[in-house]
Ligand binder design. Structure first.
Ligand SMILES: Nc1ncnc2c1ncn2[C@@H]1O[C@H](COP(=O)(O)OP(=O)(O)OP(=O)(O)O)[C@@H](O)[C@H]1O
Ligand SMILES: [Mg+2]
Length: 240
């Protein structure tokens, strides 16, 4: 039987601020397979970003474990310096605000994560060009982010997330700042990455219509992961 590419066991996160505690995630057990396109939905403050942050090895859980790759590498136990390398090789991140560097061109933004992993500048450039072509952004490769539309910036950000060929892509509200039509085209591209390239995608979204592009849906409420959620189920029934 195929092994999950990502697994969490009893993942919990408690934040402590000025003496008061917030349990942002509560005993989350999750298994994600290669090529899954998983949508995570839930109300504001329910723990979605916290979950992605832990899955992306950007923070450590209070208790529980994250196991990465088919070998089930326990990333929770790995020191930060080694984690940085694991993140760069295996994970791609896409954010609501694109997070591109405004002073670099689209091409340079995509090249940046390859530095240190691909030694030849020529090869980095070639690969960045291939990725921008795939995202239909070749005609804007010399533009800087402020000269691009929101949808174009997100396409560059997706190309950047793919720079090092990650098996797992984590996207936090990737369509949160985009209009409906652009959102559909972006989510369609993400679906293709899962179906055609067998990349695993975990996308947080508020939008029931965007989640309908995913192969699996999960819900978070008060830090707990649910297979179904009555409020969202209702919304999904009425989404176009
Ligand atoms: N660094 C932090 N320190 C303290 N509390 C935090 C921290 N990060 C998140 N929280 C709290 O944890 C809970 C979950 O936050 P999280 O950002 O994961 O929610 P979310 O589901 O992503 O919400 P949204 O849809 O608004 O982005 C919230 O109550 C939040 O206030
Ligand atoms: Mg969030």
């Amino acid at each position: 039987m195929a092994k999950p590419i990502l697994k969490t066991i009893g993942l919990s996160k408690t934040f402590e601020t000025n003496g008061s505690k917030v349990q942002a995630l509560s005993r989350v057990n999750l298994e994600v397979m290669r090529g899954d396109f998983l949508a995570i939905m839930g109300p504001s403050g329910s723990g979605k970003t916290t979950l992605l942050t832990l899955l992306g090895c950007l923070d450590k859980p209070t208790t529980g474990r994250v196991l990465l790759g088919s070998t089930g590498l326990n990333v929770t136990a790995i020191p930060e310096a080694a984690l940085y390398r694991i993140r760069r090789k295996n994970l791609g991140f896409i954010f609501q605000n694109f997070n591109l560097l405004p002073s670099l061109t689209a091409l340079e933004n995509v090249e940046l994560p390859m530095e240190g992993l691909i030694k030849s500048a020529k090869r980095r450039r070639k690969r960045a060009r291939v990725l921008l072509r795939m995202l239909e952004m070749s005609h804007r490769e010399k533009h800087k982010p402020p000269q691009l539309s929101a949808g174009e910036q997100q396409r560059v950000a997706i190309a950047r997330a793919l720079a090092n060929g990650p098996a797992l892509i984590l996207a936090d509200e990737p369509t949160g700042n985009l209009d409906w039509e652009t959102s559909v085209s972006i989510v369609n591209m993400m679906r293709k990455l899962a179906t055609e390239q067998k990349r695993t995608i975990i996308m947080v979204t508020h939008d029931p219509h965007m989640s309908s592009f995913a192969s699996r849906k999960l819900f978070i409420r008060d830090g707990k992961l649910l297979k179904e959620d009555p409020v969202y189920d209702e919304a999904l029934r009425f989404s176009p």
